[in-house]
Design a protein around this ligand. Structure first.
Ligand code: NAD
Ligand code: UDP
Length: 315
């Protein structure tokens, strides 16, 4: 298949490209590099089945005939989408519409990268796909949450009104190599802090929870969904729930670091708990994650150390 990936220079988009190339497909990848990096694609420089175009999907674009569209373009970390608030709303609305138009024009299947943030600060725990969420529509996280909720609605509208063959994946916190080291997400912050011997910054008391999925598991789940015929949202994430304080201790254990834990204010509207119910993915295409947090962290250490070394060499 010839496949379009938007957001291909990002963390997940680049891993998705690798997996789809390994399956024998050709990729046209687009990205405006607002949060991604060409470093994530450097290993594909001599890959004849991979083509990159630098463009902003908020403007209409035509990649030529494709059979599948994976729409992954969007700032994703709270630090990035706070810095790029209006751009995040634009890529969730105009950008998603332009990607859907490509799928409509070429009769391609379409998979949109949605998020557990659609559940907001959830009142239902663990989160099942039929829970409608608890989102502050005007709070600081709304630029991301509402963009993603709108793009889910738009995707369902293209399915209902134009018969586009769509899928929606609700991705829960994912980590691994190529996570940008300074995008402010908890795993990148803690691992980089631990490796540098700096204090680990726990926000609030660290009793809020998240469920962390290793990137290889996440990509396997996304590919499972891409081959299924399910049009309604499907959670893909690791259901093992950690408090942020437990996560900090796991990072200290895996890195062997002597860093201290310090406490910083909890950001506004920070969800208190998050854990996917993955029974839908298990039932539909037999997916469940295999890699636990400590193993996944060990698999990520070389990458984070090399980004620190690179930065030190430049300084
Ligand atoms: P990322 O920031 O590493 O990648 C996103 C990519 O999209 C970047 O390369 C960025 O430059 C590109 N992009 C943003 N706006 C664009 C635009 N207007 N035109 C073209 N390219 C644009 O983030 P990620 O973690 O790889 O996330 C990928 C997708 O998965 C996002 O849609 C995100 O919302 C979703 N997601 C990720 C997670 C996670 O834990 N990583 C969780 C839930 C959802
Ligand atoms: N967090 C933290 N210290 C950090 C970065 C994040 O305690 O240095 C917390 C943050 O407040 C949130 C959780 O870790 O409760 C996950 O944050 P992240 O930005 O990774 O993703 P989110 O799930 O909030 O989008």
């Amino acid at each position: 298949m010839r496949i379009l990936i938007t957001g291909v220079a990002g963390f997940l988009g680049s891993h998705l490209a690798d997996a789809l190339l390994a399956d024998g497909n050709s990729i046209i990848g687009v990205d405006n590099l607002c949060t991604g990096s060409l470093a994530n694609l450097r290993h594909l420089e001599n890959e004849s089945r991979f083509e990159f175009r630098e463009l902003d999907i908020c403007r209409a674009f035509d990649p030529g005939a494709v059979e599948y569209v994976f729409n992954f373009a969007s700032p994703a970390s709270p630090v990035d989408y706070s810095r790029l608030g209006v751009e995040t709303l634009a890529v969730g609305s105009d950008g998603t519409r332009n990607a859907l138009e490509v799928a409509k024009k070429y009769g391609a299947k379409f998979l949109h990268a949605s998020t557990s943030e659609c559940y907001g600060d959830p009142a239902v725990h663990p989160q099942t796909e039929d829970y409608w969420g608890n989102v502050n529509p005007i709070g600081p996280r709304s630029v991301y949450d509402e963009a993603k909720r709108f793009s889910e609605a738009l995707t369902m509208a293209y399915h209902r009104y134009y018969n586009v063959d769509t899928r929606l994946v609700r991705i829960f916190n994912t980590y691994g190599p190529r996570l940008q080291k300074n995008d402010g997400r908890v795993i990148s912050n803690f691992v980089v802090q631990a490796l540098k011997g700096e204090d680990l910054t726990v926000y609030g008391e660290g009793d809020q929870t998240r469920s962390f999925c290793y990137v290889a598991d996440e990509i396997a789940g996304i590919l499972g969904l891409s081959r299924s015929d399910e049009h309604t949202p499907v959670n893909i994430g690791n259901p093992h729930e950690w408090t942020i304080l437990e996560c900090a201790h796991a990072v200290l254990k895996v890195t062997g670091s002597k860093s201290k834990i310090v406490y910083r204010p909890l950001p506004q509207d920070d969800p208190m708990q998050r854990k996917p119910d993955i029974s839908k993915a298990q039932r539909l295409f037999g997916w469940e994650p295999k890699i636990d947090l400590e193993t996944g962290l060990r698999l990520s250490l070389d990458y984070f150390q090399s980004t620190i070394d690179l930065e030190a060499a430049k300084a």
